[in-house]
Design a protein around this ligand. Structure first.
Ligand SMILES: Nc1ncnc2c1ncn2[C@@H]1O[C@H](COP(=O)(O)OP(=O)(O)OP(=O)(O)O)[C@@H](O)[C@H]1O
Length: 651
C-alpha cells in the first residue's frame, strides 16, 4: 500500500509535472494518509461502494427534493457536455450519497458495476481517496485520476468533483463527472474538471438566488477578467440597501472575508443600492457598470427585484374574484362582464395582453369567480422552463419514467389543478408535440403521464395567455390550427396600462397593496400621481408595482415625491429607445418655437418613426404631425428611401 502511494504521488504512475498542473498533489497525499492511518482502509478489498437501501434512498431524495429540483439544470447541462465522451455524472449529498445519476444506456451496466448508481456512497471514510469524498473533506474541487484513487479497484476511473455550497456556506452536495476509459495523462481531464466546477458554481448560484429571492439580488460578472473567468457571482441586499448575503466566491475573492451584516453596497462599490435600482429601472435588463472600491475592478451587474410571493393582489384576487382587481376602464369592465358569462361553460379562455398587463391576475380573478374557487389554481409559464421539462411539469410522470425522475413519480400541473383551474401562461411557447397532448386534455378531459400506459380522467378549467400573435404562428406552422381554434372561442384582450383610463385607480390600488406589505402609510400628492399616470409604463402594472415598491422602500418621509421614483418614470424622454412603447400618453410638452424640429426628430426617433406613437406622444393627431413634419422638411427614413427611389425627394 505504501509502495503504491509512493509510486503514484512521486510521479511513478502519474508524471509529477502533470499532477501539479491541476494542483492537487499535496491534498492527494494528505487524503492517502487519512485513508491509510485514520480510516484504516484496506485498499485491496473489492467490496465496491456501499449502496443505500431503496427506502433509505427514497427518504433521502424526498428530504432533498428542493435541492434536487434546483440542481437539475446544472446536472443536466454537465451531462450533456460530457456524456458523448463516455462520462457519467453524479450528484451526491454533503456526505457522498448519490442522489442523482446520469449515464448513457450503453455504458450504464459498466458504471453500475463500478459503483456509479443512485444510492451509492462515495465518502472518503468508506472509499478512501476518491473525487466526491476528498472534495467533501477538503471543501474544494479535486481531480482524482485513475491510480490516485486509494482503493485499487477504483484505480481505472477518473473523477472530477466539485463541492456545492448552500447560501449559508453549508456544504450541500458534490457534483462529479467520472469515466473509466480515460487516458493516463491527467491533463486530459482539464476541460471536464473545469466544466464540473462551472456547473457546480451554477448550481450554487441557483441555490443562492432561490434562497434570497425575497431580497434584491445582484448578479455580478467581470467578463474577460481573469479573476472570474466570466463566472457570475451574487449579492443580496434588503430594501434599505444593506447587504444580507454574498455568494461564496464573491465573499472570499472580493470582500476578502469582510463581515457583511449591516454593510452597505456603497461600502464596496461605487454605487449605492438606490442608485443601482434607479439605473435598473431606467434600462431594464441592461447591464450596469459597477466598480469595486478595493481594487478598482469593473464589473457588469444585473439587478433582480425581490419576489414577494404573498403579494396581496395575488392572494386576494383568488379569494375575491374580480373585486380584487383595480378595474374601472370601460374595456376592462366589458371584458369582466363578458368573461363572467362564459366562465364554468367548459370553454377554454384565452387572455391576450402585453407583459405585465395583468393576465395572470385576471386569470386568478376568473378562478375566484368560478364555481371552482375552492379548488386549486395552478399556473405554469411555458416560456420560463426549458422545453424538455414542460412535458413532465405539465403531465407528470410515473415511477421510473426517466433517469432522475422522483422515485414515486410526480403529478403534473394538469393533475394538480384537477377540479380547479390551470393557467398556462405564454402558451405560444409550448412545443408543437405537447400542443397535441394539451388538446387531448381540453377535448377529452384525459391526461397520460410520462411513462404511463393508461390515461387519467381530469376535470378542470383551462385559461391560457400569450402576448404573441397566435394566428400568425399558425400560418408559419409553429402553432397547431386545431388548438388555436379551440382557444380562439373566448378571447379577452387586456389593454396596456398606458391605454387604460383608470390608470390613477390602478396606481392608488397597487400603492395601497405595497404600503400594506411594507407596513407603512405614505401620502401620494396629486402632482406625483399625475406624473405617474402620464408615464407610458412599457412593463405595465408589473413595472408600476416595482417602481412603487422601490419608492415605498426609499422614501424616508411621510410623503412620496418624484425623487423617490426611477428617473425614467419622472423623465420619460430619458427612457431608452428600445423600450419606447408604441403609444405614449403624455401631456404635450410646451416648447420654444425654434426647438420644434429638434423635438419632433427626437420623439420620432424614440418611437422608431412610428407616426401614430409619435403623434400621441406630442399630443397631436397623425395628420397634424405629418403636416408639421412636411413644414419642417422631416421625412421618415423608410419613406425617404421610397420617395427618393421615385425621384420625389432629395435631401
Ligand atoms: N387590475 C389589477 N389591479 C391591481 N394589480 C394588478 C392588476 N392586474 C395586475 N396587477 C399586478 O400587476 C403585476 C403583473 O400582473 P400579472 O403577473 O398578472 O401580469 P401578466 O400579464 O400575467 O404578465 P406576464 O405576461 O409577464 O406573465 C402583478 O403584481 C399583479 O398583482
Amino acid at each position: 500500500m505504501r509502495d503504491r502511494r509512493g509510486d503514484v504521488l512521486a510521479g511513478g504512475v502519474v508524471p509529477g509535472g502533470a499532477l501539479s498542473l491541476l494542483g492537487n498533489e499535496e491534498r492527494l497525499r494528505e487524503s492517502w494518509r487519512r485513508s491509510e492511518e485514520t480510516y484504516r482502509i484496506d485498499p485491496s478489498t473489492r467490496a465496491g461502494a456501499r449502496v443505500l437501501t431503496a427506502s433509505e434512498f427514497r427518504e433521502l431524495r424526498d428530504r432533498l427534493s428542493s435541492f434536487l429540483r434546483i440542481a437539475q439544470l446544472g446536472v443536466s447541462r454537465l451531462h450533456e457536455q460530457v456524456r458523448d465522451s463516455g462520462y457519467c455524472v453524479l450528484l451526491t449529498n454533503g456526505h457522498g450519497a448519490t442522489i442523482d445519476f446520469r449515464g448513457s444506456p450503453s455504458l450504464d451496466e459498466d458504471f453500475r458495476r463500478r459503483g456509479f448508481l443512485v444510492g451509492a456512497c462515495w465518502s472518503e471514510v468508506e472509499e478512501g481517496t476518491c473525487g466526491v469524498g476528498t472534495a467533501i473533506v477538503d471543501r474544494a474541487p479535486i481531480l482524482v485520476h485513475r491510480a490516485e484513487h486509494f482503493r485499487s479497484h477504483n484505480s481505472g476511473i477518473t473523477c472530477s468533483a466539485a463541492p456545492v455550497f448552500g447560501p449559508g456556506d453549508e456544504l450541500v452536495g458534490v457534483l462529479n463527472a467520472s469515466a473509466f476509459a480515460a487516458p493516463e495523462n491527467r491533463n486530459s481531464q482539464a476541460v471536464v474538471y473545469r466544466l464540473v466546477q462551472q456547473n457546480a458554481l451554477a448550481i450554487e448560484n441557483a441555490l443562492f438566488v432561490e434562497g434570497y429571492k425575497s431580497a434584491w439580488t445582484l448578479s455580478i460578472s467581470a467578463p474577460g477578467d481573469s479573476w472570474s473567468l466570466g463566472e457570475v457571482h451574487y449579492l443580496a441586499f434588503d430594501d434599505g440597501g444593506r447587504i444580507v448575503a454574498a455568494s461564496r466566491r464573491l465573499r472570499v475573492g472580493l470582500f476578502a472575508g469582510a463581515s457583511l451584516p449591516s454593510r452597505r453596497l456603497e461600502d464596496f462599490f461605487d454605487l449605492s443600492a438606490s442608485e443601482l435600482v434607479r439605473r435598473a429601472h431606467e434600462r431594464p435588463g441592461a447591464p450596469i457598470a459597477l466598480r469595486c472600491l478595493a481594487n478598482g475592478l469593473l464589473f457588469e451587474a444585473q439587478l433582480r427585484a425581490p419576489v414577494r410571493e404573498a403579494a396581496p393582489c395575488s392572494t386576494l384576487s383568488v379569494k375575491r374574484g374580480f373585486d380584487a382587481l383595480a378595474a374601472r376602464d370601460p374595456r376592462v369592465l366589458e371584458s369582466i362582464e363578458r368573461v363572467k358569462r362564459v366562465v364554468d361553460r367548459k370553454l377554454t379562455i384565452l387572455l391576450l395582453g402585453e407583459t405585465g398587463s395583468g393576465k395572470e391576475a385576471f386569470a386568478k380573478a376568473i378562478h375566484g369567480h368560478s364555481q371552482r374557487r375552492d379548488k386549486p389554481f395552478v399556473a405554469l409559464n411555458c416560456a420560463a422552463i426549458p422545453e424538455t421539462l414542460i412535458e413532465s411539469e405539465l403531465f407528470g410522470y410515473k415511477e421510473g419514467a426517466f433517469t432522475g425522475a422522483k422515485a414515486r413519480g410526480a403529478k403534473g400541473k394538469v393533475q394538480q389543478s384537477n377540479g380547479g383551474t390551470l393557467f398556462l401562461d405564454e402558451i405560444g411557447d409550448m412545443p408543437l408535440a405537447l400542443q397535441t397532448r394539451l388538446l387531448r386534455v381540453l377535448a377529452e378531459g384525459e391526461v397520460v403521464a410520462l411513462g404511463a400506459s393508461e390515461p387519467e380522467k381530469v376535470d378542470l378549467n383551462v385559461i391560457c395567455a400569450t402576448h404573441r400573435d397566435l394566428a400568425s404562428m399558425v400560418r408559419s406552422g409553429q402553432f397547431r390550427e386545431d388548438l388555436f381554434y379551440r382557444l380562439n372561442a373566448a378571447v379577452f384582450r387586456l389593454p396596456p396600462l398606458r391605454e387604460r383610463s383608470d390608470r390613477c385607480e390602478v396606481i392608488r390600488q397597487v400603492l395601497e397593496e405595497e404600503m400594506v406589505t411594507a407596513g407603512r402609510r405614505l401620502v401620494l400628492p396629486d402632482a406625483v400621481l399625475e406624473r405617474l399616470a402620464g408615464y407610458p409604463w412599457p412593463g405595465n402594472i408589473r413595472e408600476l408595482r416595482n417602481a412603487l415598491r422601490f419608492a415605498v422602500a426609499v422614501c424616508d418621509d411621510e410623503t412620496l415625491a418624484l425623487e423617490h421614483f426611477p428617473e425614467s418614470v419622472t423623465d420619460p424622454l430619458a427612457m431608452p429607445v428600445a423600450l419606447s412603447p408604441t403609444v405614449f400618453a403624455l401631456p404635450p410638452p410646451v416648447l420654444p418655437a425654434g426647438d420644434e424640429r429638434e423635438h419632433m426628430l427626437h420623439v420620432l426617433r424614440q418611437c422608431h418613426w412610428n407616426i401614430s406613437a409619435a403623434a400621441a406622444h406630442i399630443g397631436v393627431s397623425r395628420s397634424t404631425l405629418y403636416r408639421r413634419m412636411q413644414r419642417q422638411g422631416i421625412v421618415a427614413p423608410n419613406a425617404a428611401d421610397v420617395l427618393s427611389a421615385q425621384g420625389q425627394v432629395h435631401h
